[in-house]
Design a protein. Structure first.
Lengths: 414, 414
């Protein structure tokens, strides 16, 4: 099948699922979850093919771990679909409705985006997750997974489609692009006629390639060079707990802390305590000259460190003279993801909240909370680091748009 | 100055104007309006240079009319800025704020987009309008106008910047790209590092070029192949009034009606009346075979007509058997702008509202109402025909984004 045909098929069913109502979608999600469990053996076997191939090709153990499925992981996927089924359906909500002086009644109603395209890397569980969220919000979805997970994705999609079909729903609600040719991926990114939004999920390279090549509107997700600023008035214990949590609780995620700013006036007292705490997880601290003088374990940072998302047990550190200097440094080097200040000063807290340019700005809490579940959305399709349409964690609502519905009784424009 | 420098300067001031508060912005807009009036003679003289050049180059009278400024048009621009100054400032509104079970208080706050780029064609009044709306919503703006209006735009921008400066505001809130080289325009479209959104305003060609070349998120505006469906149960007088208004009140605009669908069962009675009414403005009706048999004045339509935005005294017409056929035809050929049904049937009205895929869907009213002023926004930067970020008329609110502000007291993620 050509990429254009896939697009056309998606557009065709999008019209239907946008208006079928919550009950039918819930039935489809439950049926898809059941089918996934039924297909377990086949999915595991396909996944083993991927794992063997990836191992032979020298894939790192970390990536193999993300690629490999287990019965438990398949159960998790199925449970994920049931959890999404139980969420409130955003579609159909009339956000506002007002009467104009001429009697026209203008309402703004939440409707599905239409067709959502997702380009992602090796984790096959994204296949079921992304399908669930897009379908629940009334969208058809076209997935393009990484070639390393191709057999796994094929098997997962086959069983999800079987579930849809058993619920009397069109299988083309979910389509997978199985052609791993790069030119085909580029063709997909230019399918503006049929695809309403493209969401890349993966590393910086993938996202850049989508941004550069897509003519479809893109929601950029992902990279997070997140900072924590320890202000003069910070509670040291709180600062140590938050930094330790944000840096080490999970290192490979976009809301992990990558850079620390410390007020110069507390550096002598705070840095040795920080060093002690971070050493318990062997975190390497790449610090400016002055900080290196205070703690011998620190290694000198280069200019490049200020802009680096390590995703590792490494953190950069810089001393600053004021909250203003901290804000200016962060706004220069951050990726507009999540930033935190640790302070007991009211004015500095407010200043930081107002002036930092990022999707999520924290006072006295870990950056690790930037997450659809932690924010109470019950789901997450990704974390937007751009400003258009959605900013921060994206749940079901962010997978919808609106249309104006206007009730008249013969109004014409004077 | 290079395009990159312009971008960097805009980004620099964006940080400042995002937080200066409404009063200062109002002062800046008033000062800019006053400066515009002060510069009238210089602006008119620059505009005459453009008009003379355009006339010599053979520009059509219609386009010259759009290009030419008069003292009245300059007053209108200044009044436009004062009207925008008086609108409610969307920036700073906290849309929602909730406490999570762990005590984190998460708010979603409206903030400026940052830097807005606008690429537009010959009308120089857009220069002042776009500046006013972008600045009021806290954004820096980079304008790239059509080369035909270059001297006019330079003069307008010079005086607007003078007004900003007199109010103690940075002039770089407003910058104009004066280099008309195509490569520079392409460079501008790829300035993703500094520009947060790009809004093309103009014909289909301009919009396509921006969509194809931009790496900056784009809001597509403009083209409208708008339909009116006359249902079996329609009130004929109402249908005639609405069609006449939507087709002829102003022909060159995106919310004008371009295509009619008429229920076959009323064609014999309705079409002659329609013909009579449209003949009063010499509207050419390009109709399907069957309709042509009923009214001899109609001319045969081709497949191409169904997809054409005429922007002229021409309308296409097709007979259909049902509301379903009307919906399916519209969803196939429309540009997702504005669509209307004329009916007295409750179920058909609801079906049409639910199933038409467009920014604005009307029952018993003219499509000409799709407009920021008519919708009560007090302003309009354009009409979005895409689904991401904004759909339909865009006012000040659509020139903002949000950020999450999170108040904690030491929370870490378990």
């Amino acid at each position: 099948m050509t990429i254009t045909e896939i697009g056309r098929q998606a557009k065709e069913v999008a019209g239907i699922i946008g208006i079928i109502g919550s009950a039918k979608k819930e039935e489809g999600l439950k049926s898809a979850a059941a089918a996934l469990l039924e297909g377990e053996a086949e999915i595991l076997s396909a996944n083993q093919d991927d794992v063997i191939k990836a191992t032979a090709a020298g894939m790192s153990q970390g990536l193999i771990d993300r690629l490999e499925l287990t019965p438990r992981r398949i159960e998790d996927m199925a449970e994920g679909l049931l959890a999404v089924a139980a969420l409130e359906d955003p579609v159909g909500e009339v956000i506002s409705m007002k009467m104009r002086p001429n009697g026209l009644t203008i309402g703004q109603k939440r409707v599905p985006l239409g067709v959502v395209g997702i380009i992602y890397e090796a984790r096959p569980n994204v296949t079921a997750d992304a399908f669930g969220l897009c379908f629940k919000s009334g969208n058809a979805v076209i997935l393009k997974g990484g070639s390393d997970a191709l057999e796994s994705n094929k098997a997962i999609v086959k069983w999800l489609r079987t579930g849809l079909s058993r619920a009397g729903l069109p299988e083309n609600i979910l389509q997978l692009i199985t052609d791993t040719d790069r030119e085909k991926t580029k063709e997909f990114m230019r399918l503006r006629e049929y695809v309403d939004v493209l969401i890349p999920r993966g590393g910086a390279g993938l996202i850049k390639s989508v941004v550069d090549n897509s003519t479809i509107p893109v929601i950029e997700t992902g990279t997070g060079n997140c900072h924590i600023f320890v202000d003069e008035s910070a509670d040291f214990d709180m600062a140590l707990d938050i930094i330790f949590n944000a840096k080490t609780q999970r290192i490979g995620v976009c809301n992990a802390c990558e850079s620390l700013l410390v007020h110069r006036s507390v550096a002598d007292q705070f840095l040795p305590l920080l060093n002690q705490r971070l050493l318990t997880k062997s975190v390497e601290v790449r610090a400016d000259q002055e900080a290196c003088k205070i703690v011998k374990d620190f290694v000198p940072a280069t200019e490049e460190d200020w802009g680096t998302e390590y995703l590792d047990y490494i953190v950069s550190l810089k001393l600053v003279d004021s909250v203003e200097e901290a804000i200016s440094h962060i706004n220069r080097y951050n990726t507009k993801h999540s930033e935190a200040i640790i302070t007991n000063d009211y004015n500095n807290a407010q200043k930081f909240l107002n002036e930092i340019d990022a999707a999520a700005v924290y006072v006295n809490a870990s950056t690790r909370f930037t997450d659809g579940y932690e924010f109470g959305f019950g789901a997450e399709i990704g974390i937007s680091t751009q400003k258009l349409h959605a900013r921060g964690p994206m749940g079901l609502k962010e997978l919808t748009t609106t249309k104006y519905i206007i009730y008249g009784n013969g109004q014409i424009r004077p």
